[in-house]
Design a protein around this ligand. Sequence first.
Ligand code: BGC
Length: 244
Amino acid sequence: MNVFGVDIGGSGIKGAPVDLERGDLAQERCKVLTPHPAKPDAVAASVKDVVGRFGWSGPVGVTFPGVITGGVTRTAANVDESWIGLDAAALFSDALGLPVTLINDADAAGIAEMSFGAGRGHDGTVVLLTFGTGIGSAVFTGGRLLPNTELGHLELHGHDAEKRASSKAKEDHDLSWKHWAARVEEYLAHVEMLFSPDLFVIGGGVSRKADKFLPLINGIRAQIVPAQLQNNAGIVGAAMACLG
Ligand code: BGC
């Protein structure tokens, strides 16, 4: 069965039909630039553009970088604040004329990795963390997701953890791999103290360069592995979210 997945990110909006048996894209994905400012109507028009290019007329799953409950976007740490309190599922559904399921971006990446990637077959506690503009989190135990955990906003040294340890923080403060890995290590130790996971899955664009920083991280009890689906995890997870 194919379902359409759309991943809304800070720089791009990517989408493709997803083959849910294989957990992979059924066709090459399409990407448009995220409009700036990323206000709801402009983003909905871009999502419509992406979905329209495939002539798609079935269910659509969409990721969003904030807390989602009942289709409503509740937070907007790195996007326009007009999303807060908006029934975004209805906005997208009206724009597309199709049924839409909305899911947090890290939760989407997490469910995709648990079924088809680095978390496959893990029954214990698994914490997936995406390092990008912010830090996203998806927490699983017994294969079940606890949605909207928002562990990127844990406090470290009086600051939002994502402001210190995201890959944007690495760029903004021009941190070496060694210096940034020390911050990530400290952050993982904090998350480990709270959740004692068996496995950390490290996602986000930077996971492609895992060999540059994972070997520099020490003292964490849990196994730490890079995500496997990388760029497509959000799209695949968005489509999977439509299955409920
Ligand atoms: C948001 C999360 C999101 C993460 C990654 C954070 O700032 O609060 O909801 O998952 O960024 O995009």
